[in-house]
Write a protein that binds this ligand. Sequence first.
Ligand code: PEP
Length: 254
Amino acid sequence: MRVPIIAGNWKMNTTIAEAEALVRQMLPELETIDGVETVVCPPFVSLDAVSRLTQGTSVQVGAQNLYHEPKGAYTGEVAPGMLVGVCRWVILGHSERRQYFHEDDRLVNQKVAAALDVGLKPILAVGERLEEREAGRTEEVIARQVRVGLESIPAPESLVIAYEPVWAIGTGRAASGDDANETIGLIRGLVAKQYGDAFAQRMRVLYGGSMTQDNVGGYMAMPEIDGGLIGGASLKAGDFVSIVRQAAEARRGQ
Ligand code: PEP
């Protein structure tokens, strides 16, 4: 059985002091929950502080982005090697990166490869926009994002994929459990074509998009859904803890 992951994407929120306070608030409760991998992804400037506070605990830390070059004249960017020792995970291809910073599948592919090269575990985010969904292009879009995003990358054992329909992110309009389950099944099928069925069955695929403490149970009851990538609700300690706790309980009950 795949161990679920609940990852909190704090986006461009929290100062260093606020990030420390948030993690301090969550930690004691999160430490009591077994059977789920819990990851928090604060902004770059807080990674070191959050990493120190979570050292030796069950809570893992992730970055929200990186640049694929190892070093050099890339003002404002952060190289994969700079994250080593500070965090274990990195979210790549988030729809906000694609939308506001014009990241395309090719660049995401370079970032995934660069993350794996230094031993970081990528959470590759894919998902269709509303107009793509309405045009019946969901499958085609997801297939392209997965195929190009993973092109020429040898079986990435640590890879996690997050299915995040763009229209569900930050909108309160979450995908139904059945819809998310179906699309995640499709993603697993695409991955099976590239890396084989055994690999695809081992790989965790998360749902993301307005997941909250009120709907997490429904997603976790679905056979293809291995957890969540949580935006807004990950900024409230009580809500995030509740999501992690329910994910653990749901998996125990299966
Ligand atoms: C996200 O940013 O990945 C996300 C899923 O956000 P939210 O939970 O706020 O929809």
